[in-house]
Design a protein around this ligand. Structure first.
Ligand code: MRU
Length: 361
């Protein structure tokens, strides 16, 4: 993977990622593993580089993973753009299968790959150069739509937040996790822009510290007051009356509203319930998996022990210790006060309401 020193790429619409050039172009990603110390882009010119960037969390957050994968499909087909339809299709299937193996939980990855495959299937009659252009256009549309969905979630969700008060969030569901302003953070940013005096409390989010490294970075860049807390401090902050609402993102939401998100989210939802504080989830329609009836069926990623025992280069546990590094958990619908989507609010959170709101245009 080669890196460019330009920092946040000039003039691209999203700070997280962007496509450079035409069908023979490449993908630029802000390497989130380096934040907040360094702002440096990675150039991806092969699907292996995209796979690796997703796997190691250089690009992360459910919607951003989906957009990156869509561009990955274009990269994977560049070498066969002039080949026969059969060869093109075989390579398309291979590329999608490979990219789908990068991470298991965020359904946006599979949603974006399915969409790219569907478009390719619909365009079977196109001449060879147009095929790749059609796929690039679709990836660019996925990126633009994601940006629009973020803006819409901000508008829908801002009214849920108090005129003044503390809002806790877990992990990073901001611009870095999407092609726009984020999901949970879009709601917070829209409330702040509307004049609400919001103070963000950001859980640090062990073991990879997306809250500490990324959410605080984004809030500070936007001049939204933020306080970083240890994950284990959330309950005490609530008990002290500092938190009036919780908003998180999601990686996959089942048809009944059960929502998978970064490990620790379930604990935060239980704490919120115990303190009578509303717990909200913000997620675009691309994060819903209507093929799964319940959250129990959501595949949950397990990651390497070293992320826990050797976080950021320092050994913090004995050699050979047994480790469980489950990366996500599932919050049951009953603990979620409302889900903010670009199509409106799902409240109460149950299968009927999920279906009703997602069916809207
Ligand atoms: O492991 P990560 O950093 O990809 O996990 C990300 C999250 O859990 C986010 O909260 C989720 O993807 C929603 S992003 C808008």
């Amino acid at each position: 993977m080669s890196a460019t020193d330009g920092g946040l790429a000039d003039a691209r619409a999203s700070m997280t990622l962007g496509w450079v050039g035409g069908t023979d172009g490449h993908l630029l990603l802000l390497d989130q593993t380096l934040l907040p110390v360094e702002e440096r882009d990675i150039e991806c010119r092969t699907i292996e580089q995209v796979w690796e960037a997703i796997r190691r969390l250089s690009v992360r957050g459910a919607p951003a993973i989906g957009v990156a994968a869509a561009y990955g499909v274009v990269l994977g087909l560049q070498a066969v753009s002039g080949s026969s339809q059969g060869e093109f299709n075989a390579r398309l299937a291979e590329v999608c299968e490979y990219l789908a193996s990068s991470r298991p939980t965020a359904v946006n990855l599979f949603w974006a790959l399915d969409r790219m495959q569907r478009v390719a299937g619909e365009e079977i009659g196109l001449a060879s150069p147009d095929r790749l252009q059609r796929l690039l256009s679709e990836a660019q549309l996925i990126e633009r739509e994601d940006r629009d969905m973020c803006a819409a979630m901000g508008q829908v969700g801002a009214e849920l937040l108090p005129d003044a008060g503390g809002v806790l969030t877990h992990c990073n569901a901001g611009g870095l996790a999407t092609a726009g302003d984020g999901t949970a953070l879009s709601v917070i940013f829209a409330a702040a822009a509307a004049g609400k005096q919001i103070h963000v409390y950001s859980d640090e989010t062990r073991p990879l510290l997306q809250g500490a490294r990324l959410t605080t970075w984004e809030c500070m860049k936007r001049d939204v007051p933020v306080t970083l807390i240890c994950d284990s401090a959330a309950g005490w902050m609530m008990k002290q009356g500092r938190i009036q609402a919780v908003v998180t993102g999601a990686d996959r939401i089942a048809a009944n509203g059960d929502a998978a998100n970064k490990i620790g989210t379930y604990s935060v939802a239980l704490l919120a319930k115990a303190h009578g504080i509303p717990f909200y989830v913000a997620a675009p329609s691309s994060t819903f998996d209507m093929s799964l009836a319940l959250g129990d069926d959501i595949p949950i990623e397990e990651r390497e022990a070293e992320e826990v025992t050797h976080g950021f280069g320092r050994q913090t546990a004995p050699d050979g210790v047994d480790v469980n590094n489950t990366a996500f958990d599932v919050t049951p619908a009953e603990y979620i006060e409302a889900i903010v989507t670009e199509r409106g609010l799902i409240r109460p959170v149950n299968a009927d309401e999920v279906q009703k709101v997602l069916q809207r245009d």
